[in-house]
Write a protein that binds this ligand. Structure first.
Ligand code: NBP
Length: 468
């Protein structure tokens, strides 16, 4: 018998997922909370809207909804992350039975997920913290799905999740068991972190070309389209559509306010990196670039005070721009996957980076030709991506300076490209600047240092003095 799913939360994602499941022959009952003071019944309307195609038993009463589901129950919740997830779990708890399963498909924080798995596990209720990427269209036609929790819970829900997921280029489902605890939501968080980086990369190259290289919007679209025959990046593809979109005679993009926010997953990735003590330069730069964009009023005032000289010469060639663009993309992915590796080690999650790359080759926002390359690279090699010969052979000849010096000479901010190049230069330097940091720490705080002429693990303090 096919597993029956009860779906809570008919927002953008919930509606699309319900339709996706129904289209695959999976029986779905739907529930959305009802507003007593408003004359809208979301679940009823949703079922009515689709009654000619599918039968959705609908409910606006949670108890009746739960009672209607066959046992053991499989309930997917698609509500806003945070307090709403706790509110739904607390309402569900009194009416659930041992053996029931909750799948949280929202963007919950991985630490919240770990706590919920533990709390519900004590009541013999299974909980899968499941990242779902692909936006509204992905949810409808096949998203990339990242479920984490117990293996037993995955065995219960895996069949449905794999059925509704996108297919990778080899025909397999873009869904795999990620690992225990909050690992599924951690991987989804990092997916979004890489997405922040890729979005900023496209945005700052567009900005450079449009406002500093004198290219018009349609020429930029054509250039990106040329690049995308090799890159096959979904984000670049939609950005080309965006560049070409007109409203009456004007480009719509020119009418959009240049202020972006960030809520959750991008910043959470940075927090996770700080906690694990690993770098996250590009993703963090992308988050902070959005934060800076929000200071529009001050930016306008400052633009009237500062008039940096612009040189405008030595415009990088199309080929130089492309090579730097692709290199930054590689570095951004490398930084993201290295955070996954560090988390896997620290939390004993045993993450399979090749499998994670594979489920990101379809359905999700960061699918690209490079993601397909990563599936094989991570299958065969288990050290840092930037140490792989295939990658270092490409990156070692890239002229970052050509693009970045042009940007600096013209006061064009390229936070992501700068962060990526700086990371690569730092990662590939035998001599870092940290000897000076260690000396300073020992000078003012007697924090001690290790010496290159002694064994690692031996610490020395020096009695620093001002020279006479
Ligand atoms: P929406 O804002 O479209 O829908 C949120 C749903 O949560 C609505 O059904 C809402 O009910 C329900 N809800 C809230 Br809010 N508080 C509730 C509560 N206390 N009790 C019961 N239901 C409650 O969000 P969405 O875009 O569908 O996103 C859902 C989750 O999926 C989020 O975690 C989001 O980050 C994640 N996600 C979204 C996307 C995307 O592209 N949109 C992609 C991937 C993941 P109401 O209608 O009665 O207010």
């Amino acid at each position: 018998e096919r597993p029956h799913i009860g779906l809570i939360g008919l927002g953008v994602m919930g509606k699309s997922l319900a339709l996706n499941m129904a289209s695959k022959g999976i029986p779905v009952s739907v529930y959305n909370r009802d507003f007593k003071d408003v004359e809208v019944d979301i679940a009823k309307n949703f079922a009515a809207e689709h009654e000619e195609t599918y039968i959705f038993p609908w409910f606006n009463d949670l108890q009746k909804f739960v009672a209607s589901l066959p046992k053991p129950r499989n309930i997917m919740i698609m509500v806003k992350a945070g307090a709403a997830v706790d509110a739904v779990i607390n309402e569900l708890l009194p009416v659930l039975d041992a053996g029931d399963l909750i799948i949280d498909g929202g963007n919950s924080h991985f630490k919240d997920t770990a706590k919920r798995i533990k709390m519900l596990g004590e009541k013999d209720i299974y909980f899968l913290g499941t990242g779902i990427s692909g936006g509204e269209e992905g949810a409808l036609k096949g998203p990339s799905i990242m479920p984490g929790g117990s293996k037993v819970a995955y065995e219960r829900a895996g069949e449905v999740l794999e059925k509704i997921a996108a297919r990778d280029p080899w025909g397999d489902a873009c869904c795999t068991y990620i690992g225990p605890e909050g690992s599924g939501h951690f991987v989804k968080m990092l997916h979004n972190g890489i997405e922040y980086g890729e979005m900023q990369l496209i945005a700052e190259f567009y900005h450079l070309l449009r406002f500093f290289c004198g290219m018009d919007t349609s020429a930029i679209a054509d250039l990106f389209a040329e690049w995308n025959t090799e890159l096959r990046s979904y984000l670049l593809e939609i950005s080309i559509d965006i560049l070409r979109q007109k409203e009456e005679n004007d480009y719509l993009l020119d009418k959009i306010l240049d202020v972006a926010g960030q809520k959750g997953t991008g910043g959470w990735s940075t927090e996770a990196a700080l906690e694990l003590g690993v770098p996250l330069d590009t993703i963090t730069a992308a988050v902070l670039a959005r934060n800076l964009s929000a200071f529009k009023a001050d930016r306008i005032k400052a633009s009237k005070k500062y008039h940096f000289k612009t040189v405008g010469e030595n415009v990088p060639s199309r080929e130089e721009l492309f090579r730097v663009y692709r290199s930054v993309m590689i570095i951004n992915h490398s930084i993201g996957f290295e955070l996954l590796r560090a988390a896997s080690k620290e939390y004993n999650w045993d993450l399979n980076l090749s499998e994670i790359a594979r489920i990101w080759t379809g359905g999700c926002i960061i699918k690209s030709g490079f993601m397909e390359e990563l599936v094989n690279i991570f299958k065969d090699h288990h050290s840092h991506l930037l140490l792989q010969d295939k990658i270092s052979d490409e990156l070692k000849n890239i002229n970052f300076a050509k693009v970045l010096s042009f940007a600096l000479e013209n006061a064009c901010p390229m936070p992501l490209t700068s962060a990526a190049a700086t990371y690569l230069f730092g990662f590939s330097s035998q001599q870092s600047s940290a000897n000076m940091i260690q000396a300073q720490r020992d000078y003012f705080g007697a924090h001690t240092f290790e010496r290159i002429d002694k064994n690692r693990g031996e610490f020395f303090h020096f009695n620093w003095k001002k020279p006479d």
